[in-house]
Design a protein around this ligand. Structure first.
Ligand code: TRP
Ligand code: ZN
Ligand code: CA
Length: 434
């Protein structure tokens, strides 16, 4: 992340919070004890959809079970998750004489006995690319998972994500997953959230009427943004949540409508026309243009709200500390910038939004100094920019939003003296990961 203009205004305050994830504005107030969910970038969700569309185009026009476009979709989602620190596994099954695949992704950490799982079916029907059904749910769940990683979220419960094969042939992949989950493991799954068709071109806003806590969590989100919802009635049990519900796991989910026709009352409520919610349901016109961006955006944010709310508070700090106490002389102006390095290892995923940066600089005039934190990829976070006048020494802990940086690697504290006469040295540099 690049140094933002906000910094100039903030520089000099005693605890700086520097930078922000693009678009990572808290979408809703957090319940007591929980962290507010970040905004999900609908642009990123749409990019995943575009990639899935390209995969279909390059593989005979669909992403159906047993066809090459399905396996290519699995490989695509898996690579994205592997790159940000998820533990992924591909589960194989056989149906109709061909191999099917589920993708399971676990976010390291959280209570292993309390799992919150979110999922979407990744297969399409053979007639088309399946962008609303169910590129929409697949892409939104993917972006929610990537946002967990980017924000360094450490929930108290364990987060798991699933992409199911062969849903269109009778919930085959999700049934296979729950049937092969030992009873003890099933009982650890405290909630399964399903997202199948969440960007219908003539959308309604439907919430599954199942587990009351999950249902209320979604309703609270939508009432907070002033969007009325209705209970989903276009075929209860017609998607993968049924597989989980059948073995006693609490379920919930969102849906924007399939082939059913929007009533005039629903048109008054949500806009659109009194035609099918998705006139391209299961047909070749379920392409990228068969998506309502507003519905996709709202539902993506609702997914994040539910995941963050249901998974609880951030865990207490693990307190991983990396420190360099070797002295580094800072030459008087006009002198080169000098650095002190700490090598961070063994931290999963990205750095946190509250990286604690301990700076200990002995100097006779702190107004001479510019001090920056440099991430392993070279991104610069300014910590001190000549404020404080003739006061001596900088002994201070700064809080830096480093959530767009990969944690592991060589982090540097850089100091430069840009006014002559007074001098000093870096006495210590310490990074604390929560
Ligand atoms: N994939 C589902 C199907 O083809 C779509 C669907 C229909 C659905 N009705 C639903 C999904 C209700 C969730 C809830 O049957
Ligand atoms: Zn579907
Ligand atoms: Ca000086």
């Amino acid at each position: 992340m690049k140094l933002s203009a906000r910094l100039a205004a903030l520089a000099g305050s005693s605890a700086l919070v520097i930078g922000a994830l693009a678009g990572a504005v808290p979408a809703t107030a957090a319940p007591a004890g929980a962290t507010a969910a970040p905004d999900i970038s609908v642009a990123n969700v749409k990019q995943h959809l575009t990639d899935l569309s390209t995969i279909a185009a390059n593989n005979g026009g669909n992403r159906a079970h047993g066809r090459p476009g399905y396996k290519a979709s699995i490989d695509f989602v898996k690579a994205k998750l592997d790159a940000v620190g998820f533990t992924t596994s591909v589960q194989q099954f056989t149906y109709n004489g061909t191999t099917g695949y589920n993708l399971i992704a676990d976010w390291p950490g959280g209570d292993p006995n309390q799992v919150i799982m979110s999922g979407a079916h990744l297969d399409s029907v053979t007639s088309g690319a399946g962008m609303n059904d169910n590129g929409s749910g697949s892409a939104a769940v993917l972006e929610a998972a990537l946002t967990v990683a980017r924000s360094g979220y450490q929930p108290s419960k364990h987060l798991r994500f699933g992409w199911w094969g062969a849903e269109e042939l009778g919930l085959v992949g999700s049934k296979y997953y729950v049937n092969n989950l030992p009873t003890a493991e099933r009982s650890k799954v405290k909630g399964y959230l399903n997202f199948d068709m969440i960007g219908s071109p003539n959308p309604g806003y439907f919430v599954y009427d199942d587990d009351p806590t999950i249902e209320q969590t979604f309703k609270t989100y939508f009432s907070g943004i002033g969007v009325p919802t209705e209970i989903e009635t276009e075929g209860d049990g017609r998607s993968d949540h049924a597989s989980f519900k059948n073995v006693g796991i609490p379920v919930g989910g969102l849906f924007t409508g399939a082939s059913r026709v929007k009533s005039s009352a629903q048109v008054s409520k949500w806009g659109g026309t009194a035609t099918a919610f998705d006139r391209c349901y299961h047909s070749s016109c379920d392409t990228l243009s068969n998506i309502n961006d507003t519905a996709l955006d709202r539902n993506s944010d609702a997914i994040a709200h539910a995941i963050w709310t249901l998974s609880g508070t951030s865990t207490p700090p693990t307190g991983k500390v990396f420190e360099n106490t070797a002295d580094v002389a800072i030459p008087d102006s006009p002198g080169a910038a000098v650095t002190s390095t700490v090598n961070v290892t063994g931290v999963t995923g990205n750095a946190p939004s509250n990286l604690s940066v301990g700076v200990d600089i002995v100097h006779t005039y702190k107004g001479d100094l510019v001090v920056d934190l440099i991430a392993p990829d070279g991104s610069v976070y300014n910590l001190h920019n000549r404020t404080g006048g003739s006061a001596d020494n900088i002994v201070q802990t700064y809080t830096v939003n480093a959530s767009s940086e990969v944690a592991n690697g060589a982090w540097k504290l850089r100091a430069q003296d840009i006014a002559s006469a007074d001098t000093g040295y870096i006495n210590g540099f310490k990074l604390t990961f929560p």
